[in-house]
Design a protein around this ligand. Structure first.
Ligand code: FES
Ligand SMILES: [Fe+2]
Length: 394
């Protein structure tokens, strides 16, 4: 029987007050309707789609209550704008791209990269209201990201210095593998709790751990000026924790890793989260061994679509063979764990109701932070929701 314990929990807010969680200790936010918060409720940066999926045809995507058409303009940059044509409401995703402009399939109105209608067949005058509003997107790391929830971003897009070529105190070269899984309408926020849910690791994933220390951080552990320090920490959009544990070496991945000269025994995992994603950096033997990025995408062919994107990044320190094998083992293991998680996540409801016990304390800390972010941005996001609803299918 694996022995697990939670050594210390710090309250995220850092107000010096210890929190009490679990049964008989109901500190769930009284003024908050938590029931609907477990799915993508937070204003944040989300993944819209993969860069390589956006070619010469416009793509229609739905999610978070909005409908978008995504396409590439004359300059090659990705554009996301309101999906339905201002003329008779045809789906612009049925159109085509001509000379870097999006042409509506129904009557041929044409739109440029700014969303402005620039040509109407047979008409000399273009009404000033004949434009589509653009959404704020960025294309990085092989993905198109979208800010969603308020009119303009409340924090800069999360960066991954390992993929930017930015020097850190780790290696400067990495093996990278990107993947994604369809998750349907499984609640994203419940998934992000995974990184603070220490108990499920031995039960669901069958990883033998002597002990897990989970520390919820009050501030990022990266120094100011370190490219790994999340800029979103400055506006309250960051949650961080550290997991420290000893992997039993006798079997499984630790044994194989040990044979390869990667001692995974005493392991330290530093996790930085924004409201819709995580960067998980694993260290052992004083070295950075792996970075795992998870980012959620509530966009797809319907409002109930959901995709989880993962990027597995392994530093290259020594001979390419051993590093590559380490990368393959870590990537395959992470994907295998993710599939095990997904099997359960798909059965979860989006409610925060549930009987909690002492070992759920880190999860409660995470939920408090997530709820706090949603509440803090509620006014702006409600205003934005009214604007979004103006472009619904006719
Ligand atoms: S509906 Fe698009 S041009 Fe008429
Ligand atoms: Fe898991």
């Amino acid at each position: 029987m694996n022995k697990m314990r939670i050594a210390k929990i710090f309250e995220f807010a850092g107000n010096g007050r210890r929190q009490c969680y679990g049964n008989g200790c109901d500190h769930r936010d009284q003024d908050l309707d938590a029931r609907r918060l477990a799915s993508s409720a937070a204003p944040s940066w989300y993944v819209l789609l993969r860069s390589k999926d956006l070619g010469r045809q416009p793509i229609g995507l739905s999610g978070r209550g909005e409908n978008l058409v995504v396409w590439r303009g004359r300059s090659g940059r990705a554009i996301a704008m309101q999906r339905y044509c201002p003329h008779h409401g045809a789906d612009l995703a049925l159109g085509c791209i001509q000379d870097g402009e999006l042409r509506c399939r129904f009557h041929g109105w044409r739109f440029d990269e700014s969303g402005a209608c620039v040509a109407i067949p047979g008409e000399m005058k273009i009404p000033s209201s004949a434009h589509r509003r653009l959404r704020h997107i960025e294309e990085r790391y092989g993905l198109v990201w979208i800010w969603s929830g308020t009119g303009s971003p409340l924090f800069p897009m999360p960066t991954i210095p390992e993929l930017d070529g930015t020097p850190t105190n780790a290696a400067s070269h990495y093996y990278v593998h990107q993947y994604h899984h369809d998750i349907g309408s499984a609640p994203f926020s419940r998934m992000h709790e995974n990184a603070v849910d220490t108990v499920h690791v031995s039960e669901l994933h069958h990883v033998s751990l002597e002990a897990v220390n989970c520390t919820v951080l009050e501030r990022p552990c990266w120094d100011v000026g370190d490219p790994r320090r999340p800029a979103y920490a400055d506006v309250g959009a960051w949650f961080g924790n550290i997991l420290e544990f000893e992997l039993q070496q006798q079997h499984g991945v630790p044994r194989i890793a040990n044979i390869l000269g990667v001692p995974l025994g005493a392991t330290r995992v530093i996790i930085d989260k924004w409201p819709s994603g995580s960067i998980i950096r694993t260290h052992s033997d004083g070295r950075h061994r792996h970075t795992l990025v998870y980012a959620e995408s509530p966009y797809g062919s319907s409002q109930r679509s959901g995709t989880l994107y993962g990027i597995s990044i392994t530093p290259r320190y020594r001979g390419w063979m051993r590093d590559l094998i380490s990368h393959l083992i870590l990537t395959i293991t992470n994907r295998w764990f993710l599939l095990q998680d997904l099997g359960v996540w798909r059965t979860l409801g989006s409610s925060y109701d549930g009987v909690l016990v002492k070992s759920d304390a880190p999860i409660m800390a995470y939920r408090r932070w997530y709820i706090g972010w949603v509440k803090a941005t509620r006014h702006e996001s409600e205003l934005h929701a009214q604007i979004r609803s103006a472009n619904t299918p006719p």
